[in-house]
Design a protein around this ligand. Structure first.
Ligand SMILES: [Ca+2]
Ligand SMILES: [Ca+2]
Ligand SMILES: [Ca+2]
Ligand SMILES: [Ca+2]
Length: 294
C-alpha cells in the first residue's frame, strides 16, 4: 500500500505542482484617453523618476497612475462628426471608430530609447505606412514640445519594427523603404542626422502597404535574419540570412534567399552553410548588386 501511495504521489506530483503554479492573474484596465491618436503605444521613464510612463500619440502619461498627460508634439488634428440633429461637432484626434469612416492615425508605432545617451528616454515614432519615422529628444523635465529629428523619410511595409538586427547591441528600424527590405541605423555619434538605410533584399518594389515582415534567428546561428512574405508576387516566404559576404566587396551582408511556395525549401542557398557560386546566374550576391536600392 505504501508503495502504491508513493507511486501515486510521484505520478500526481507534477500535476499538483503545475496546478499550484497555475495562478490566475488579474489586470486593472486604465483608460488613457477617449480620443484616437495612435495605432500603437509603449512605455519608458520620460520624467526620469524611476517609474515607467506610457506614450501614446502626441502625449505621454505619468506613471504610476497615468492620469497626468504631457504633450510632446503638437496635438493639432481634429475631425468633424455629424450629430443626429445634422449639426457638426469638432472632435480632437483622428476619426478611427469615433466617426463613420474609421480613418487611420498618422502614428503607428512608438518606441522608447535614449538616442543621445543623456540618460533620459527619447521617443521614436514610426508614422503612417510610407511616411517618415522620427525621434523626439527628451527635454529633461522642461514642459515644451520635444525636438524632432527625422530618422528615415520613407518607412514602408505595415509591420516595421525597431530591433537589433545587426547584432551590435543597438537597435535599428527594420522595414521596407523605396522598394527594398532593409534597416536604417543612425550614426551613433550623431543620431540627429538622417539615418542610413541598408538594403537587404533586391528591389522588389515593396510598398507602403506591403504586409508581412519578421525578424528572428531562423537558422540558429545566433544572428538575426529577416523574413518577408509578399502577396504581390507568388505566395512565398523569403528568408534573408544576414552574414558577412566575403565575395561581395560592396555588400555588407549576404542575403540568402529561401523561398517556399507551399513545398519544402527550394533554394540552393537553403543550407546556409556555404556561399553560392558567384558564377551562378541566380547568385543572391549578383541580385543584390543588380537591384541595389541606394
Ligand atoms: Ca517616470
Ligand atoms: Ca535621451
Ligand atoms: Ca544593431
Ligand atoms: Ca540567423
Amino acid at each position: 500500500m505504501l508503495n502504491f501511495c508513493l507511486i501515486l504521489i510521484l505520478l500526481l506530483g507534477p500535476i499538483i505542482a503545475t496546478c499550484a503554479a497555475d495562478v490566475s492573474h488579474t489586470f486593472k484596465k486604465v483608460q488613457l484617453s477617449d480620443k484616437f491618436w495612435a495605432e500603437g503605444a509603449t512605455f519608458g521613464d520620460f520624467n526620469h523618476d524611476g517609474t515607467m510612463d506610457i506614450v501614446a500619440g502626441p502625449y505621454w502619461y505619468e506613471g504610476p497612475d497615468f492620469q497626468k498627460r504631457h504633450e510632446f508634439y503638437g496635438a493639432t488634428v481634429t475631425f468633424a462628426r455629424k450629430k443626429p440633429d445634422g449639426t457638426e461637432e469638432k472632435i480632437e484626434g483622428f476619426e478611427g471608430a469615433l466617426g463613420t469612416e474609421n480613418k487611420y492615425s498618422d502614428n503607428f508605432f512608438a518606441y522608447a530609447y535614449d538616442f543621445n545617451k543623456d540618460g533620459w528616454d527619447d521617443i521614436l515614432i514610426i508614422g503612417f505606412p510610407g511616411e517618415q519615422s522620427a525621434w523626439y529628444e527628451n527635454p529633461r523635465g522642461q514642459e515644451v514640445h520635444w525636438k524632432k529629428y527625422v530618422a528615415l523619410d520613407v518607412t514602408d511595409n505595415e509591420s516595421p519594427t525597431f530591433t537589433d538586427i545587426t547584432g551590435d547591441g543597438k537597435p535599428e528600424i527594420v522595414c521596407a523603404s523605396k522598394g527594398c527590405y532593409g534597416y536604417a541605423e543612425p550614426d551613433w555619434n550623431d543620431p540627429a542626422k538622417p539615418w542610413k538605410f541598408h538594403a537587404i533584399s533586391p528591389n522588389n518594389k515593396y510598398q507602403r502597404f506591403t504586409h508581412g515582415m519578421g525578424v528572428g534567428d531562423v537558422n540558429g546561428d545566433g544572428r538575426q535574419d529577416l523574413l518577408e512574405t509578399s502577396r504581390l508576387q507568388q505566395p512565398a516566404l523569403h528568408v534573408f540570412l544576414l552574414r558577412r559576404c566575403p565575395a561581395c566587396a560592396s555588400a555588407r551582408y549576404d542575403p540568402r534567399i529561401r523561398s517556399r511556395p507551399g513545398g519544402p525549401w527550394s533554394s540552393g542557398c537553403s543550407t546556409g552553410s556555404a556561399l553560392p557560386s558567384r558564377s551562378s546566374a541566380s547568385s543572391p550576391c549578383r541580385m543584390l548588386r543588380r537591384s541595389r536600392c541606394r
